[in-house]
Ligand binder design. Structure first.
Ligand SMILES: N[C@@H](CCC(=O)N[C@@H](CS)C(=O)NCC(=O)O)C(=O)O
Length: 208
């Protein structure tokens, strides 16, 4: 199997891809796209992702044995799960539990936590309305996760899945969000046990 070509950077969305590739034990070549230096806007990268965002990938051994290009981290995790038969169950009822929590990350946690990072850390002016709006929703989402994880080790089906891999890199930034994770003990327990996985931890380190 030829290595996957991965285009990424050291962000929460970027880390999802390296976590999944490490957990699957797939070989890959890492192409850093420095979004702080606008690498995402080069014609070469736009040819891979017309939306100019990381992560993106090319699988030289795609469906029908042809190269396959993909962007959107959630789609990439689903593709790699289907390619390897790992971290997403075949059973329909179970599979949609994984997809549900993956979509919760993609449509809720990612966009909202991303705005918290922006308004708390990157915005050129202090905008209390923006800070409060996104921080309050971020805390609410931590509460949803905390309630759901009561008595559970994983987000879906009580088995590790791409839903966990997608969510960990956002909880990793709880310090950036200025969220006291100890107030969400089920999230803290789940997060710490996920970070104890050696492959996941390797994926979180990359790209350094
Ligand atoms: N929904 C997309 C979001 C990707 C995304 O927002 N990537 C950010 C880094 S985490 C990015 O490339 N930002 C560069 C920019 O917006 O110019 C995904 O999950 O892949």
């Amino acid at each position: 199997m030829a290595p996957i070509e991965l285009y990424t950077w050291k962000t929460s969305n970027g880390r999802k891809a390296t976590v999944m590739l490490e957990e699957c034990g797939l070989e890959y070549n890492l192409h850093p796209i420095n979004i702080g230096q606008d690498d995402q806007f080069t014609p070469e990268f736009i040819a891979i992702n017309p939306n100019s965002k990381i992560p993106a990938m090319i699988d030289p051994d795609g469906p029908d044995g042809k190269p396959y290009t993909l962007f959107e981290s959630g789609a990439m995790l689903m593709y790699l799960a289907e390619k390897t038969g790992k971290f997403m169950p075949q059973d329909m009822a179970k599979r949609y539990q994984v997809i549900q929590w993956l979509m919760f990350q993609m449509g809720g946690i990612g966009p909202i936590f991303g705005q918290v990072h922006h308004f708390k850390r990157a915005a050129k002016e202090v905008v209390p309305y923006g800070i409060n709006r996104y921080f309050n929703e971020c805390v609410r989402l931590y509460g949803v996760l905390n309630t759901h994880l009561e008595g559970k080790d994983y987000l879906a089906n009580n088995e590790v899945s791409i839903a966990d891999f997608a969510t960990v890199p956002w909880v990793f930034r709880h310090d950036w969000q200025e969220v006291d994770i100890s107030k969400f003990p089920n999230v803290e327990r789940w997060y710490e046990s996920m970070m104890d996985r050696p492959a996941l931890a390797r994926g979180m380190e990359l790209p350094a």
